[in-house]
Ligand binder design. Structure first.
Ligand code: ATP
Length: 616
């Protein structure tokens, strides 16, 4: 626009960055929210005189919300290496090690460990002067634009070294925080918006466009008419409130018509369709155009209106396994689609809501009505484009064989049953929604509730013993394809364990060849097991849950093999297995033929490990 083009009208040419640094420090130091807000107000009144100054300043205060420049490609570690080079430091120097090991704390980092900008400030202080060179915020924004558009590390390093020359240590510390998009000011984005203009937050929620907000709301005394959502502009998502159990959820929605859905573990994505133009906005309003590869045809052909906004989750469907792949493979599969690689795995979008159709926003309609519209607008394609509506919709069956990923709940028991099934399927949890509610940007007041099993972190690899096997299907039919592994009951000192507690089921992580080797070695000791006629061998402790029961048991633990397993850092409380916790998405990391059976991890050590690490 003309505003960007003309050099002097960008804004911020009359505001020294040092002034903003003082503001940041004041805000950080102030105790009360009212004080913080009034400092900010005074800054706006005294320094942002031209309309363009507002955006120039606001994008530095709320760097996480600015989408006018691309990403810097500078997370802490890369930023550390660039700063080391920009400061012409040796990589082996104490300060370089401090920067690179900012998390742990390098030599004498002391209490700054874990806070990159403080570690950086400490290093910069030894190398930069105290005097400010008078950098303006217009100049700073120019540098940051270059930093975002530069292609490689060498260029970024050279821009940082220019910046270091034009700033003092104090200023540079704040620039580092701006680059990392976290100023730690202790004032919420909400307060900043409210102080800026009473309608700023509302307008931002439906446009996700900070520049537009600053331009439209330049006059604080003039109220802005409430704006509706529009196609092509990201809108901040409706959020779910966390509840701790089914009855709390039921109580909260009492008397309401309630739908309970599986909580899919993918990427929250809004698809905006404007004829052939597509946007894939994430929760943080980045447009993930990489999802267009392999998805755009499916979407343009199977969404039956020219303009709409869908709300849903992007996942990966594994056609050979006939199930959704575990979380974390979206980017890899998007990349494979871009490169035209053939794979059993493909992106699959699950639309659970619709926000806009044709030329009208429908967020004010009830969820029930929106679901009806959704069914008219989207033609589902199995494993590619699915819709989530009660008692139907999704073409794929759940791994348990259950056809429904979404039900209308009539009682707390319905909710509880659905939740238990979901957790046993190792899905992430459930979402309950009030069917009469409208969809509201950025709202977490409880129209949607989420219920997840309790997760705890497990740290390192776990050495566990194979105690049973499950037959595979398809390609692996008739052969043991997955294993039941166990933890040892802690033995008395200087003795071997005598009992093993079932822990989790694991199949992935090893190649077919490695699996065959394990199966061949254990085959002589596999014993078929017919439930409920036969009891499992007495040295195994199991629950009565059908999901756990293996098809074969390893006849005696001394004959078995230890495997190292890892998991998606999350451990879940379980009722399916005999151990108190199980792993979510466990993988075999290594087969430990070198470890004797009795060196299996014991339950107590495992529980200690879980408790000693941070819960999430
Ligand atoms: P979480 O880490 O629990 O996903 P969050 O803060 O990202 O939390 P919340 O609004 O609290 O998001 O929880 C809802 C999230 O769950 C959505 O953002 C979406 O990504 C995901 N989700 C998965 N399945 C559904 C569903 N059926 N309905 C709504 N949200 C769903």
């Amino acid at each position: 626009s003309a505003v960007d083009g003309g050099g002097s009208s960008i804004g911020g040419e009359d505001i020294k960055f040092s002034v903003m640094v003082s503001l940041f420090q004041w805000i950080q130091k102030s105790k009360s929210s009212a004080q913080k807000r009034s400092k900010f107000r005074k800054f706006l009144d005294a320094f942002c005189r031209k309309p363009q100054d507002n955006f120039a300043a606001m994008r530095l205060i709320l760097p996480g919300l600015d989408r006018e420049r691309g990403s810097y490609g500078l997370k802490e570690h890369v930023l550390a290496t660039c700063l080391i080079d920009a400061l012409a430091m040796s990589r082996d120097s104490d300060d370089a090690r401090r920067l690179l090991n900012w998390r742990k704390g390098g030599p004498k980092t002391g209490s700054n460990a874990g806070n990159f900008s403080l570690v950086a400030a400490e290093v910069l202080q030894r190398r930069q002067g105290m005097a400010s060179a008078g950098l303006t915020i217009k100049e700073l924004n120019g540098f940051l634009d270059h930093l975002a558009s530069s292609e490689n590390r060498a260029e970024k390093t050279s821009i940082l070294s220019d910046l270091i020359r034009k700033t003092n240590a104090q200023e540079m510390k704040w620039i580092v925080m701006i680059i990392l998009k976290d100023l730690k000011l202790g004032i919420s984005e909400k307060s900043i918006f409210h102080e800026f203009h009473p309608d700023a937050e509302d307008l931002f929620n439906v446009t996700c466009d900070l520049k537009l907000v600053c331009e439209k709301l330049r006059d604080r005394s003039q109220r802005h008419k409430r704006q509706d959502i529009e196609v092509g502009k990201a809108v901040r998502p409706q959020l779910a409130l966390r509840v701790s159990n089914a009855s709390a959820a039921w109580k909260k929605l009492h008397g309401k018509e309630v739908v309970v859905e599986c909580k899919f573990d993918g990427d929250r994505i809004q698809i905006h369709k404007n004829n052939s133009d597509l946007n894939f906005f994430s929760r943080n309003f980045f447009d993930h155009q990489e999802y267009a590869h392999g998805m755009s045809d499916v979407i343009t052909q199977n969404i039956l209106v020219n303009k709409c906004i869908l709300d849903g989750e992007m996942l990966v469907w594994d056609a050979s396994m006939n199930r959704f792949a575990e979380f974390g493979s979206n980017q890899e599969i998007a990349k494979a689609a871009r490169e035209g690689l053939d794979s059993d795995r493909q992106l699959c979008y699950i639309a659970f809501d619709i926000l806009y159709v044709g030329d009208t926003s429908v967020i004010h309609r009830s969820l029930k009505e929106r679901q009806e519209i959704l069914q008219k607008v989207v033609k589902p394609i199995k494993g590619r484009l699915e819709i989530l509506v009660p008692n139907g919709g999704l073409n794929a069956h759940r791994p348990s064989g259950e056809p429904c990923w979404s039900i209308i709940a009539h009682s707390v028991d319905d909710v509880d049953k659905f939740f238990k099934e979901t957790v046993e399927n190792r899905d992430e949890g459930i979402v309950l929604k009030d069917l009469t509610s409208k969809w509201e940007p950025s709202d977490r007041s409880g129209k949607w509730l989420k219920l997840k099993p309790e997760y705890v972190r497990a740290g390192s690899d776990l050495d566990v013993l194979i105690i049973g096997g499950y037959y595979g299907s398809g390609r692996h039919g008739g052969e043991v394809a997955q294993f039941l592994v166990g933890l040892a009951e802690r033995p008395a000192p200087n003795t071997y364990p005598r009992r093993f507690i079932s822990f989790c089921r694991v199949g992935t992580g090893v190649s077919d060849e490695e699996r065959n080797t394990i199966v061949t070695r254990l085959k002589p000791y596999f014993r078929k097991y017919e439930y409920p006629k036969q009891a499992p061998p007495t040295f195994y402790q199991v629950t009565n849950n059908a999901k756990e029961r293996p098809d074969v048991w390893v006849e005696s633990p001394e004959k078995s093999i230890i495997v190292s397993i890892t998991s998606d850092i999350r451990t879940i409380r379980t009722e399916v297995f005999a151990a108190p916790y199980s792993l979510r998405f466990p993988r075999i990391d290594r087969v430990r033929y070198d470890k004797p059976w009795h060196e299996c991890l014991d339950v107590q050590s495992f529980v200690d490990l879980v408790h000693s690490s941070n819960g999430t």
